[in-house]
Design a protein around this ligand. Sequence first.
Ligand code: NAP
Length: 246
Amino acid sequence: MLKDQVAVVTGGSRGIGKAIALMLAKEGAHVVINYTSSDEKAKEVKSEIEIMGGKAMIYKADVSNEKSVEEFAKAVYKEFGRIDILVNNAGITKDGLVMRMKEDDFMKVIEINLKGTFLCSKHFGKLMMKARYGKIINISSVVGVMGNAGQANYAASKAGVIGLTKSLAKEFASRNINVNAVAPGFIETEMTKELTEEVKESYAKAIPLGVYGQPEDVANLVVFLSSSVSNYITGQVINLDGGMVM
Ligand code: NAP
C-alpha cells in the first residue's frame, strides 16, 4: 500500500508511535523513527523493521527545538531524497489542577505537543510542498475535544493541534498535501500506565465499547490516512475512542 514511500514518525520509539512505525513499514514504507531519550527502544524498533525486510533510520531530536527539527528534515532528505508521510505523534503529559500547575509545566506540554507539531509540519512540509505531495497526520486526543480536569495544559495543546491541523490543511491543499488529525481516547501505553486504578475505572465506564484501545488501533487509522485510499479527506479530526465522544 505504501511501497517505497518515506515516513517520519515523531516519538516512534514507544507506545502509539512504535505501533505506527511498524505498521507503516509493514505496508512497505521506509520509516524514520524520532525520539529524545530512549536510544535502545528506538534501535529495537529499527531492527524489528529490518527483520521484516524494511528500511529504517533513527533520529534523536527534540521536536520543540526549531534548529534540531530543521537539521532533522535535512538529514531525512539527504538519506532518502523525499518525504511522503509525516506523523506528528511525539507528546507528553504533566498533569495537575490549574490552581497548582506551574507555568513551566504548562509551557513544556505546549512546547512539545503543539509547537513540536508546528515545527515538524513547517520543515517537513516545505519538502512536501516542493514535491507537491504529502500526508500529514497529527495525533491529537479526545481530551483536546472535550477538556479534562487535571489536564488543562494537555487539553490546550491537543485542542491547539486541531486548530493547527485545519489551518495547515487549508494552506497546504493546493500543493496536494492532506493534513488530518486523529483523536484517540484511552490507549494502553506507558503514558496511561501512570494513571491510578480509580482514574482508569472512570475512563472504562465512559467507553461504550467497554474496552481500552490498543496502539495498533491508532496505527490502522494512520495507515489509512497515509495512503491514497484517503485522498479526498483533509482537515478532519477523527475520534478513535470506543465511542467515548459522540
Ligand atoms: P508514550 O508511550 O509516552 O511515548 C511518547 C513518545 O514521544 C516517545 O517515543 C518519546 O520519546 C517521544 N517524545 C517525547 N518528547 C519528545 C520530544 N520533545 N521530541 C521528540 N520525541 C519526544 O506516549 P503514547 O501514549 O504512545 O502517546 C503518543 C501520542 O499519542 C502523544 O502525542 C499522546 O499525547 C497521544 N495520545 C495518547 C493517548 C493514550 O491514551 N496513550 C490518548 C490520546 C492521545 P522517548 O522514548 O525518547 O522518551
